[in-house]
Ligand binder design. Structure first.
Ligand SMILES: [Zn+2]
Length: 385
């Protein structure tokens, strides 16, 4: 449920650590328009709840396509209540938004490692969600008839490999949506890492020490009981080595599942999205989710992000759903059009914004965009592709 608090006020309370680690302003009020549209009853309920936030009610529910998410709400229990180590519900804390109702649309799969929550989003596509840390990052295991792809490996706090092994016995490769710490943390647990050759990703593949990471996995950044064998003083981004390079436009064939790699720079220069044309799905990484989008980071490029938004908007007619990397898994593809229009409005100086400690926040329906003040490219565009 929405917290009646302005985003700028929330931003003012945000500790700043590693820049991408500042996704603390967590996404409280940004969940009304996505998968609930599949469930009219839930949509109506949310519309009532959200009316106090000044948001319009969700649009009429579309007819799900044949590849509609495996939504079996009647068979699903709500996500688990906070565990013993968690503070009690506290409206000042980011985890007060949990559990997020959107997850109850999907079949939950019990795992042996309660740090992770696993849901089947469509057949053979599993969201591996880490709600115990404020990034609430979501990695996706995509299983074909021959092999599987893990699109992001999460924080590296828990044993994601064992979760993956529980879900498939097929050979698994890891591909990262980009090389920020919350998407590559579990890379070290796998033998096969494929990626786009990019200086930013190569630099990040060297890892980062505990001193640069410990903040993100302690204090108020974490509310849930820590994974077994987790040692705070030993947490770091462990290095990884690439097994094979992918090129933009290349297809990954998992057997009956074909994924097109699309370069989507902006949030970071190495960002990619994955397109499953057959099932009309787009895995968006951090390029889009229903929360503040980061175009203000040192490695972000407003110009690139805007070009990416235009490129992805052209795909909106070929995609039904977006599978996102934070908070909640699914949004309708019309957000690709909204994202494009949002960037254009900012560029034309037709969008209102509020000032934050880090720059500007431009609010839009369902998401916002954070930029420098004024919007600019913080770093030279690096493109070694
Ligand atoms: Zn990121």
């Amino acid at each position: 449920m929405c917290v009646p608090q302005s985003l700028s006020a929330m931003l003012g309370a945000i500790p700043v650590g590693e820049r991408c680690g500042t996704q603390i302003m967590n996404r409280y009020c940004f969940m009304p328009f996505s998968p609930v549209a599949l469930l009219p009853a839930v949509a109506l309920l949310l519309a009532a709840l959200l009316s106090g936030c000044g948001q319009a009610p969700p649009p009429p529910a579309p007819q799900p396509p044949s590849t509609a998410p495996a939504s079996t709400p009647q068979a699903v229990s709500s996500p688990a209540a906070p565990e013993s180590a968690a503070p009690a519900a506290d409206s000042d804390k980011w985890w007060s938004a949990l559990p997020r109702a959107a997850w109850s649309d999907f079949r939950k799969i019990d795992t042996l490692n309660p740090w992770f929550e696993v849901y089947e989003i469509v057949e053979g596509v599993f969201a591996i969600y880490e709600p115990g840390q404020y990034e609430e990052v979501i990695s996706y295991l995509i299983v074909g008839s021959r092999s599987a792809l893990l699109f992001d490996s999460g924080l590296g706090m828990g044993d994601i490999q064992s979760v993956v092994k529980q879900l498939t016995s097929k050979r698994v490769s890891v591909l990262n949506s980009h090389a920020h710490y919350d998407h590559v943390g579990g890379n070290y647990q796998f033998d096969t890492i494929v990626g786009m050759k990019h200086p930013f990703a190569l630099a990040r593949s060297k890892g980062a020490p505990n001193s640069e990471r410990v903040e993100f996995v302690s204090g108020d950044w974490v509310w849930k009981k820590l994974p077994p064998n987790f040692v705070l003083s030993d947490y770091r981004t462990r290095p990884w080595e690439y097994s094979r390079w992918l090129r933009p436009g290349e297809f990954i064939d998992l057997g009956g599942v074909s994924l097109e790699v699309i370069h989507a720079p902006g949030h970071s220069p190495d960002s990619i999205v994955l397109l499953d044309r057959k099932r009309r799905l787009l895995f968006t990484g951090d390029t889009f989710y229903l929360a503040p989008l980061y175009a203000q980071l040192e490695e972000s490029s407003f110009t690139d992000y805007m070009a990416t938004a235009a490129k992805l908007a052209a795909l909106a007619g070929e995609v039904d759903y977006l599978l996102m990397a934070h908070n909640t898994p699914l949004a309708e593809s019309r957000y690709l059009l909204d994202l494009d229009q949002a960037f254009q409005a900012i560029a034309l100086e037709r969008a209102r914004f509020s000032l934050t400690d880090e720059g500007r926040e431009y609010p839009f329906k369902g998401f916002s965009i954070l930029t420098a003040d004024p919007p600019e490219d913080n770093a030279p565009i690096i493109d070694a592709l």
